[in-house]
Design a protein around this ligand. Structure first.
Ligand code: DLL
Length: 433
């Protein structure tokens, strides 16, 4: 078994917790003393650094939200001076102002270390050629993976997104063994490759995908693995935490959250109470070592659960399961909560369904109306109306059973729905327009 830093990765749990407590205590004192924003927040919540006497006391601290960054645009809550910043990333907010994240050199080092551990844990290292097809620039995916891959001694092929045919030629010619991109972009690449007469499974050296930045179901993972002949690893992060940070290991049982860098909580979204291992709730993360933009109890809005058992890979750090949705991308259809990931999960279990779908929500009179447009798989596509009707009925039935709400289904030809190079946009909610 291969580790990047065995001393940390296999550290006994009690030692890790002691380390977390020390880091938390130092962080809270620093912020209370030097940051007007955190000082004010802690006073509002009537908590003083002296009140933090154990790791569990983290629950006394106030939450942070994305809107805190937006309200303090661009850099009013940074806790490092501009002289000490070595980089900015900016996340393109769809609503309101974007969020700006600044990094000191130590922040970049920790981010890169986190990825070096993660990439090593999924079996990559020296000798690998890692094609980085996340966007380079203000988005964190490209540069984040780039530095992580270089750190482990792999050769980086920095293709960024777009120009897909050229990407596939380079993947073949330079013998890429791994690709880092969104799962939806990899699906698109697979299709473009087939149109070029290239099978990723048979005609390339690709054996691993480092896929994330958007929700994707376990069934989608299975399909990608089977179709492309690779292992598909989940990688998670948000720009506010640095960018892509936490990656699955070869056990593929959730991504390890490095305890020396982050403290993770899963809370009941209704009561705010911590949930036991295995139960799904809202992820709240505290970054224990960030200098320029510390994030304490950041309410990310993503839903998942923690698996507390030590991983078969031997790493002692907790694992977070695949993200099953967001608190705020939850669609409420006639009073029923529906997550796009549930729809994906149901669809991907139907062999006649292709890999792409779109959800359109509208209001007809007073009633919510949900239409799911589904590409039929090339093998199942037929010009016989009766064949298509049968598939349509099956899809409707499966969706109704898994969502408990009636759904209209429209089957469309393979290749006719939009494809994405970055994060897929699968939901069109016309009710808010
Ligand atoms: O998406 C960082 C990233 C880059 C992660 C490359 C992984 C790979 P943001 O643009 O700030 O940062 O978006 C963060 O994307 O809160 C989740 O809702 C979603 N997300 C990210 N990774 C995953 C994943 C980057 N593996 C938001 N599964 C997060 C599900 C994910 N959702």
């Amino acid at each position: 078994m291969h580790y990047w830093d065995p001393r940390i990765e296999e550290m006994p749990r009690d030692e890790l917790r002691k380390m977390q407590y020390r880091l938390l205590k130092t962080l809270v004192y620093r912020l209370y003393s030097f940051s007007p924003f955190y000082h004010e927040r802690m006073r509002e919540w009537k908590v003083h650094p002296d009140d933090i006497c154990s790791l569990e006391d983290i629950r006394k601290l106030p939450f942070m939200y994305k809107r805190d960054l937006r309200d303090n645009y661009p850099d009013r809550i940074f806790t490092a001076s501009q002289d000490d910043l070595v980089r900015y990333h900016v996340s393109s907010g769809t609503t309101g102002k974007p969020t700006v994240v600044g990094y000191t050199q130590a922040d970049l080092n920790n981010w890169t270390t986190s990825l070096a551990r993660g990439l090593t844990s999924c079996g990559l290292g020296r000798g690998d050629v890692i094609q980085v097809s996340y966007g380079y620039g203000l988005f964190t995916g490209g540069l984040g993976l780039h530095y992580g891959a270089e750190r482990i001694g792999a050769t980086v092929l920095p293709t960024s997104v777009g120009n897909t045919e050229r990407q596939i030629e380079l993947m073949q010619d330079l013998h890429a063994t791994a690709i880092a991109c969104t799962p939806s972009y990899l699906l698109h690449m697979g299709e473009v490759a087939e149109k070029m007469g290239v099978s990723i499974r048979n005609d390339t050296q690709l054996r691993a995908g480092i896929l994330g930045a958007e929700p994707w179901s376990a069934t989608m993972k299975d399909r990608i693995e089977e179709w492309l002949g690779i292992r598909a690893y989940d990688i998670y992060g948000t720009s506010e935490l640095s960018g892509p940070m936490f990656c699955e290991c070869t056990a593929q049982k959730g991504f390890h959250v490095w305890s020396d860098l982050a403290y993770v909580e899963v809370l009941d979204p209704e009561t705010g109470e911590p949930l036991p291992s295995g139960e799904k709730g809202e992820l709240v993360i505290t970054m224990l070592q960030k200098e320029a933009l510390p994030m304490i109890r950041y309410k990310i809005g993503d839903i998942s659960s923690i698996e507390d058992e030590v991983c078969p890979c031997g790493r002692t750090h907790p694992r977070v399961q695949r993200i099953s949705g967001r608190v705020d991308d939850m669609l409420i259809i006639r009073g029923i909560n529906v997550f796009p990931s549930q729809i994906e999960h149901a669809l991907m279990n139907i062999p006649q369904v292709g890999d792409h779908f779109q959800i359109v929500v509208d209001r007809k009179g007073a009633l919510d109306d949900m239409l799911v447009r589904v590409e039929v798989s090339p093998e199942a596509f037929s010009d016989k109306i009766t064949d298509l009707m049968k598939i349509g009925k099956l899809v409707e039935h499966r969706l109704r059973n898994s969502l408990n709400v009636a759904v209209n289904v429209e089957l469309v030809e393979p290749g006719s729905l939009p494809r994405f190079e970055g994060k897929a946009k699968r939901v069109i909610d016309r009710r808010s327009l």
